[in-house]
Ligand binder design. Structure first.
Ligand code: 6CS
Ligand code: FE
Length: 276
């Protein structure tokens, strides 16, 4: 079994964590649990990532604050290496029971005072309709680059909502306000969600299952299902809430059509990742 620099093996998550993931649709792991120095490497790369005038960089509606930078596993060798950490691959391979590749990577900055919302949504509908990925055999891995508290726009989940499949949503046509001149693919990346789950559906699920906002120190790792209903509020605190996110996909679930969206949103080379 391969081990990473922290001596972490490419082992699957512990059975109780796997059970919790399948029950709740997410699991929050404490710092150091999946890859020791991953946080330090990611923080070292962040300034150059934010400074690069890259096509994968999306601004907030204010037209000047960075919202997200996509495609990091394709443009940044240090980030690409992080996606191959044995502990991450072991965890995700175990959840998907297959070899995996990175379908999409991004950093969501959620800047202090200006980081905008992510309305209630499911992720998978974007990868089904936008990228032709036929099954929800993907896993989101979010690394907290800052402490996540109740004040700086944490991700909020409806636990267990991933078992409801694709929820009824409306497809907002046209480009969101502030992005009228942007390319069409930007419409799925802004504060105004393209696929808006109906409020009555959200209310029914939230009343039945409750709401949870996983919080924790920088270095925590939040693993969540592509169909879990989630959102995050705008960050009006003085504290940044940056997250590095890897979307792993089963190699048996590669897009049936390619070229629908740019490579930095949908990786066109689904090659099984080997641990390093
Ligand atoms: O379109 C996408 O791929 C992105 N959009 C959203 C709302 N979540 C998933 C993904 O990062
Ligand atoms: Fe999402």
């Amino acid at each position: 079994m391969t081990h990473d620099t922290a001596g972490t093996a490419a082992a699957p998550l512990a059975p109780e964590l796997v059970a919790r993931y399948h029950r709740d649709g997410y699991v929050l792991l404490p710092p150091g649990s999946l890859a020791g120095d991953l946080l330090d490497v990611a923080l070292d790369e962040l300034p150059s990532i934010l400074a690069a005038d890259d096509p994968g960089r999306v601004l907030e509606r204010d037209g000047r604050t960075v919202r997200s930078v996509y495609g990091l596993h394709r443009t940044n060798p240090a980030i690409a290496a992080l996606t191959r950490r044995p502990a991450l691959l072991g965890a995700v391979r175990g959840l998907l029971d297959d070899d995996v590749y990175v379908h999409q990577s991004k950093v969501n900055i959620k800047a202090p005072f200006a980081g905008d919302q992510w309305e209630w949504h499911q992720d998978y509908v974007y990868w089904l309709t936008g990228d032709g990925i036929r099954r929800p055999d993907l896993v989101n891995v979010a690394v907290f680059l800052d402490e996540v508290t109740e004040f700086n726009g944490p991700l909020t989940f409806v636990p267990g909502s991933h078992t409801a499949g694709l929820l009824a949503s409306t497809d907002a046509d046209g480009m969101p306000l502030g992005y009228e001149d942007a390319p069409a693919w930007v419409a799925t990346l802004t504060a105004d969600e393209k696929f808006r789950v109906r409020h009555c559906v959200i209310e029914e699920l939230a009343r039945a299952n409750g709401l949870v906002s996983p919080k924790g120190p920088a270095g925590s790792v939040l693993v969540f299902h592509p169909n879990i209903l989630h959102c995050s509020a705008a960050n009006i605190s003085p504290l940044r809430r940056a997250m590095l996110m890897f979307v792993y996909n089963s190699v048996a679930n590669r897009p049936e059509v390619t070229g629908l969206r740019p490579d930095f949103l949908a990786d066109p080379e689904p090659v099984a990742l080997q641990p390093i």
